[in-house]
Design a protein around this ligand. Structure first.
Ligand code: SAM
Ligand code: SF4
Length: 327
């Protein structure tokens, strides 16, 4: 059985947010306000997540990414990854802020994690700490080193560029890719920040990032699968490392989207910018059988939006920020 939407796109990729909690407060994601997490019983339990992962697998989902909030703050994440491996999920990955990675990397690898994305928005410790509102630059860098010495290498490093904050570091990040042999991915800032500070002038277009790196170190495009969100480049001079450009704002890739999201509180989101969520948790907790869940998921996916409409005049940001959606 396979999941298709009404535009003929097949859904093969599920992002599972295992927690809405996070030990960082990145300015482009969470608010500086006090904690506003969901109550524990609103969050899907591990057995509920195990069951749903199995159902999505039978529906043809081949890739599952564990995210959050910060996935490593929820105890039991390694066991969940082992469960995904035992289910036979083809591609198991995680997105993390990296702060707890140095102590957890070995366990994640033996649980079956295959790929990892680590967020790193500045190479300058003071600036990193201003962006994330933490004092944890050194532990994240240490986490990256541990990953690079593990079976998860090469790490994908995600930087969200915000004009006037870290856009002056594009070439420094390229040097980081070359020296550390990592995949350095630049993500356009999207209107998903809790404080609603996003505006178009803060977005650093991927084309600009390409121009600035290419001027110094010519880049060659690496062919990519049509459903991949990143354009990938290698350095023409043969240096190690890779560059990825993710341009949801200036070059939307909705036409090839193969992805849906499950939020920590058990809602399906068919698009990052969906106006509404679909309440799988209630159905699950009312005692639905597997067939009812399959019918519901199939009908929700059928209604997946054609595109995100960020560039339309009447666009309104969703009421959930990235930390509550699961990036
Ligand atoms: N806490 C983990 C982390 O930071 O990697 C995983 C969750 S985080 C929400 C997932 C990804 O979303 C991160 O790479 C983060 O940089 C990105 N992100 C958060 N807010 C964003 C925004 N407004 N625009 C673009 N990317 C954003
Ligand atoms: Fe936390 Fe990740 Fe959001 Fe930063 S981007 S506040 S680390 S969830």
């Amino acid at each position: 059985m396979a999941l298709h939407d009404k535009f003929g796109r097949q859904i093969t990729d599920l992002r599972i947010s295992v927690t809405d909690r996070c030990n960082f407060r990145c300015v482009y994601c969470r608010s500086a306000d006090p904690e506003n997490y969901r109550a524990k019983d609103e969050i899907l339990s591990w057995p509920e997540l195990y069951r749903l992962a199995g159902i999505f697998k039978t529906l043809g989902v081949r890739k599952m990414r564990v995210t959050g909030g910060e996935p490593l703050v929820r105890p039991g994440v390694e066991e969940f990854i082992s469960h995904l491996r035992d289910l036979g999920v083809e591609d198991i990955s995680m997105t993390t802020n990296g702060h707890l990675l140095s102590e957890r990397c070995a366990r994640l690898v033996s649980a079956g994690l295959q790929r990892i994305n680590i967020s790193l928005d500045s190479l300058d410790a003071a600036k990193f700490e201003r962006i994330t509102r933490t004092k944890l630059f050194a532990s994240v860098m240490n986490g990256i080193d541990v990953v690079q010495a593990s079976a998860l290498a090469p790490a994908k490093i995600n930087a969200v560029l915000v004009r006037g904050i870290n856009d002056n570091e594009v070439q420094d990040f390229a040097v980081f890719a070359r020296e550390r042999d990592v995949v350095m991915r630049f993500i356009e800032f999207m209107p998903l920040d809790a404080d609603h500070h996003w505006n178009r002038s803060l977005v650093v277009p991927a084309a600009e990032v390409h121009r600035r790196i290419h001027a110094r170190w010519p880049l060659e495009e690496i062919p990519h699968h049509y459903s991949e969100t990143a354009r990938k480049y290698r350095f023409a001079d043969g240096a190690p490392g890779e560059i990825g450009l993710i341009a949801p704002v200036t070059q939307p890739f909705c036409g090839h989207c193969s992805r849906i999201r499950l939020t920590a509180d058990g809602k399906i989101r068919t698009c990052l910018f969906s106006k509404e969520d679909h309440d799988l948790r209630s159905l699950l907790r009312e005692g639905a059988g597997d067939e009812d869940l399959v019918t519901y998921i199939t009908s929700v996916v059928m209604e997946k939006e054609e595109g995100h409409r960020i560039n339309e005049k009447d666009f309104h940001p969703p009421n959930r920020s990235m930390v509550f959606i699961g990036g």
